[in-house]
Structures are given as structure tokens and as C-alpha cells.
Design a protein around this ligand. Structure first.
Ligand SMILES: [Fe+2]
Length: 259
């Protein structure tokens, strides 16, 4: 892993590793079963069925080993990592279509701005007040099938992790960690996000099975629309994501975010 690139850009792509390709093969039966499970589909289909969100549906998998383990240890800043449960995200042709509950503004943000967000930050109540509700270590994406690059790829704004880190350090400077989840950061978040859109490079990340990518926990990221000119594959683009919860001192989560 190119640690300097991760620290500077806020993401890195890991080259093909046969061990990871074998890991992907090993979870395929479970992944496909989870995708086709009627209860999962009732819970997790969004955007008029063009997106299967699939949070926590991957429950039984072998530990990750080799270069990918070293890479996530660097991203987390910790050696002991409990990956938690895996998400299986599937996007299909036409993503996104507007859901009934989705305002036109939200839908346009999804379609034109990749629904860019900071993980763990939730929009709460009718005023959509932004508060950090979850504290993650990193985002790890592991492609499960081969797709064209424009099939709803992961999107990241390079260098945004440093800008959001500064924002969070400023917002939480006067408060103990146990109070952070209560602090409304809507205004500073929206201002900072606008600055990131203006100044950071937007990158679409594509990878094949056996490859992977890691995004920094403070990176602005999202998912691009399925390109109108693309006509497949029918099974969509399938990616396993892991977002382990931070363990230990939250002050370290905030301060030791770039080693
Ligand atoms: Fe996310």
C-alpha cells in the first residue's frame, strides 16, 4: 500500500492479490443468497429498486490477510480490527430513480452530486440537523464482480479528509468526546462541503475482483449515477463494504487520523 498517497489523498487502491480474489470467491454463495433473500430485498431496495443497500447482510466470512490487512491497519491506526458485519451494495442499470420519500432536492443531490457524504454524520429530524452518530475507522470496498468503470462507481474527493478533519477538530475543540454526538454541525458541515466541492478533485474509483480500495474515515465520498449509455451487466455492480466502528479513545479517532 502507498501509505503516503493514502495520507495525502485520503484513499488508495490496492493491486490485485490472489488471496483477496480467493476470499471474494469464498463469500460469493453467501453474498448472492443475501442479495436474493426476499426479506433483505424488502428491507434494502432503494431508488425504485435500482440500489440494494444491503447493510450488515454479510455475516460469515474468513479474516482478511496479507497486504489488505496491513493496509486497513494503517488506515485505522490500530492493529486489532473487528470488521463487524459487511455491507453488500448492488447497483443496477438506471440508478438512481426517485423514491417516493425522496424530495426532488435530495434526488438531484443523489443524481448530480453522487449523494456525497461523510460517514457517521446523520441528518436528524425534520430540519435534518447534522450530528455525528457513529464513529468509524475507515471504509473498505471489495468488488465482487467485474463491471465497466461507469457502473455507479464509488466517488471520492481527494484531500477532503484533511479539510473535514480540521472542521471536526474545530467543532469539537471545546467539548469532551461524550458530547460530540449531541453537537449540531449542520452549518459548518455544509460550508465545508461546499468548499470541498470547489477545491478538491472528484475521482471515480473502479476496481476488479481481487483488488480493493480504502477511503479515509473523514473523506467526502459517494456513489455516481449509473451511466445512461451502459447496458449491463444484468447482475449490477456488486461491492462488499466494511466500515468498522472505532474502538477506544475518540480523541484518538479525531487526532490520529493521519499518521
Ligand atoms: Fe458512505
Amino acid at each position: 500500500m502507498d501509505r503516503a498517497a493514502f495520507d495525502t489523498l485520503g484513499w488508495v487502491k490496492l493491486p490485485f492479490d490472489p488471496r483477496l480474489a480467493a476470499w471474494v470467491d469464498s463469500i460469493q454463495p453467501q453474498a448472492q443468497q443475501a442479495i436474493n433473500d426476499p426479506e433483505n430485498r424488502a428491507n434494502w431496495l432503494r431508488s425504485q429498486g435500482t440500489w440494494f443497500v444491503g447493510v450488515d447482510v454479510l455475516r460469515d466470512f474468513a479474516p482478511l490477510t496479507g497486504p489488505i490487512l496491513k493496509a486497513i491497519q494503517h488506515a485505522m491506526g490500530q492493529d486489532q480490527i473487528d470488521l463487524g458485519l459487511g455491507q453488500i451494495s448492488v447497483c443496477t442499470k438506471g440508478y438512481p430513480l426517485q423514491d417516493a420519500h425522496e424530495t426532488t432536492a435530495m434526488f438531484n443531490y443523489r443524481r448530480k452530486r453522487d449523494f456525497a457524504h461523510l460517514d457517521g454524520l446523520k441528518a436528524i429530524g425534520p430540519k435534518r440537523q447534522r450530528k455525528m452518530e457513529e464513529f468509524h475507522g475507515f471504509i473498505l470496498g471489495i468488488p465482487l464482480n467485474k463491471t465497466p468503470p461507469k457502473a455507479a462507481p464509488f466517488v471520492i474527493w481527494e484531500g477532503s479528509h484533511l479539510i473535514f478533519r480540521d472542521m471536526l477538530q474545530k467543532a469539537y475543540a471545546e467539548h469532551p468526546p461524550e458530547k460530540w454526538a449531541e453537537i449540531d454541525i449542520t452549518k459548518i458541515y455544509q460550508q465545508t462541503r461546499a468548499k470541498i466541492f470547489d477545491t478538491c478533485k472528484r475521482v471515480e474509483v473502479h476496481a476488479n475482483p481481487g483488488e480493493a480500495y480504502i477511503a479515509h474515515r473523514f473523506a467526502l465520498h459517494g456513489m455516481a449515477a449509473w451511466n445512461d449509455l451502459l447496458d449491463g451487466p444484468d447482475e449490477g455492480r456488486q461491492i462488499a463494504y466494511f466500515r468498522p466502528y472505532w474502538r477506544g479513545d475518540l480523541q484518538e479517532w479525531l487526532e490520529n487520523s493521519v499518521l
